[in-house]
Design a protein around this ligand. Sequence first.
Ligand SMILES: C[S@@+](CC[C@H](N)C(=O)[O-])C[C@H]1O[C@@H](n2cnc3c(N)ncnc32)[C@H](O)[C@@H]1O
Length: 285
Amino acid sequence: MWIKRLAKSMLGPKYWDNLRLWFYRNNLNDGKMQDIARVILGPKCWIELRAWFYRNNLTTLAFLYGTDKAGGHSYTQHYERHFAYLRKRHFNLLEIGVGGGEYTGKGGNSLRMWKKYFPKANIFSIDCFDKSALQESRITIYQGSQNDTKFLNSIASKIGRVDVIIDDGSHINEHVLTSFSVLFPHLTDGGMYVIEDTHTAYDERFGGSEKSNATDTSMALVKSLLDALNWEEFVKTSPPEIGRDIVSVCCYHNLVFIRKGQNEEGGHNHRKHKIYSETEGVKKI
Ligand SMILES: C[S@@+](CC[C@H](N)C(=O)[O-])C[C@H]1O[C@@H](n2cnc3c(N)ncnc32)[C@H](O)[C@@H]1O
């Protein structure tokens, strides 16, 4: 068990054996050992200590910090697949939606999870409520609406380089579309834009619709991006311009990953012999 490994490496073999003897003499099992450590360290330190041991495992981190990206949803498995290569890199991540409702000191669970999983990244977030109390080193939070174009532009220029954007905000379709149209142009080449909870695309309470030809929903946007991805194949009509900047659209249940990059492999009849690498973008061969 991890707490045993920690205690053993900290104490060294001699003191470790003495400690074990003392525990057995006093009839203390593993569970009691954990309880004692939890009381001594306090709840916050206890979580941080456990999180450090599981820092490579996004799903366990999600459970430890209490974000519904695992458990409530099954998103962390997909995040790990797409983001594992970023783990040790310096980059900027912006998440829309801090969590914790209107309460100033509540929320920030996913921000702390990202901070632990990406030890060199700067984590930025926006929320319509004041969440400044949750700021800490490498976590910066701004107050404002994801539906406010001016606010989003000002945040993007404050952050400078934005490599990953995650929309986990209101999930109102109009807001999702506004945020994407404003923030996607600010995303770096090779960056990733993620939209969570796309079930609201079908939910009228969020401005969604179950009609397959619905417009102005997050999934309508995603479907249009799939066409845009093949912009070089449009010969009779003008191609969707955004397609030049999108190299992949990856959809999972209620979760979409949109990779920004130079998309010019060449149309079907005009191959330019370029290849695309997930981590390095488009390369000539
Ligand atoms: C689902 S919670 C975020 C959860 C958090 N990302 C996590 O995984 O722990 C959604 C957040 O979006 C915020 N929100 C709602 N409407 C918003 C808006 N128009 N602009 C910015 N944030 C908004 C809410 O205050 C709430 O904190």
